[in-house]
Write a protein that binds this ligand. Structure first.
Ligand code: NAP
Length: 253
């Protein structure tokens, strides 16, 4: 199972209770304080799609589950290629995108660069809730104040003169998000359309405060039929095991 998402953690919890499915969870290794899962795990890249395909073959995996974050574009593309090349079925566990409500003031954009442009030229107080990997794009608009929230520390060389970093890991509830936005006098939120409950609070808080949300759309459609419940993944693994004639002791990465 390729992880790094709350869905992967939920699936790992289900699989931990199954002595008949031997699974290993793979992390990229980006987060310093990894939350140790209740099943065996490994950390680090495979060396592209070819490396992942070689790993699947070498470990004689029966199923590959892509349970990465919806914005983890490269690894999902690699998973699709590797599964096809190794002849291993691919299951995609993800979450539906957030949908706007009537009173939401979302500005939909396709890229982080477009999100920067959508902030405009006049200085604003911006809540950046996009993680760490695409912060450089905002160096093009240094006139704004940025409240940056991230699980891990941010590169100190980041060229944003007006910024404050909050280190925190979700879930974040709407009341706390509203209090934070009020305290920091935020007038705009930038978010990726990650979906899921853990970080929905900021959208509810922005709605209550009447704030605009610049919403970056997902980079790609899932590679394969998307499953939204970990239980459905387990059912598909079981069904595949029956096709193979080995309902027990399946291995998956
Ligand atoms: P990415 O750009 O799609 O992948 C970059 C490279 O990182 C991949 O080519 C692969 O290296 C390695 N990699 C990524 N996920 C891996 C995994 N689960 N196991 C082993 N190697 C992995 O990925 P990203 O957007 O930087 O995300 C990295 C991790 O953070 C993912 O696990 C993702 O689920 C999680 N995450 C991402 C976001 C986000 O917004 N992008 C948010 C929350 C969590 P090789 O080519 O060497 O195999």
């Amino acid at each position: 199972m390729l992880g790094g998402s709350s869905e992967a953690s939920a699936l790992a919890r289900l699989l931990a209770r199954r002595a008949d499915i031997a699974a290993i969870l793979s992390f990229a290794g980006r987060t310093k304080d990894l939350i140790v899962p209740p099943i065996p795990f490994r950390v680090g890249g495979f060396g592209g799609a070819e490396g992942l395909a070689a790993y699947l073959r070498h470990e004689a995996m029966d199923v590959l589950v892509d349970a990465t974050h919806p914005f983890a574009e490269t690894i999902s593309a690699n998973a699709a290629k590797a599964a096809a090349s190794a002849g291993v079925p691919l299951l995609v566990l993800t979450r539906p995108p957030w949908m706007r409500e009537a009173s939401d003031r979302w500005i939909d954009v396709a890229t982080m660069e477009a999100a920067v442009a959508a902030l405009g030229s006049a200085p604003r107080r911006v809540f950046l809730t996009i993680g760490r990997s695409q912060l450089e794009a905002f160096a093009a608009a240094p006139q704004h104040f940025y409240l940056i929230r991230s699980v891990d520390p941010v590169d100190p060389a980041l060229c944003l003169p007006y910024r404050r970093l909050v280190l925190a890991r979700g879930p974040f509830d709407a009341d706390a998000e509203e209090a934070l936005m009020r305290a920091e006098k935020i007038d705009c939120v930038v978010s990726k359309n990650s979906g899921g409950a853990a970080s929905y609070g900021k959208l509810e808080a922005a709605r209550r405060l009447g704030l605009p949300v610049i919403m970056v759309g997902r980079p790609q459609a899932p590679h394969g039929a998307a499953l939204y419940a970990p239980e459905d993944v387990v059912a598909r693994i079981e069904a595949h095991g029956q096709v193979l004639g080995k309902p027990l002791a399946l291995r998956g990465v």
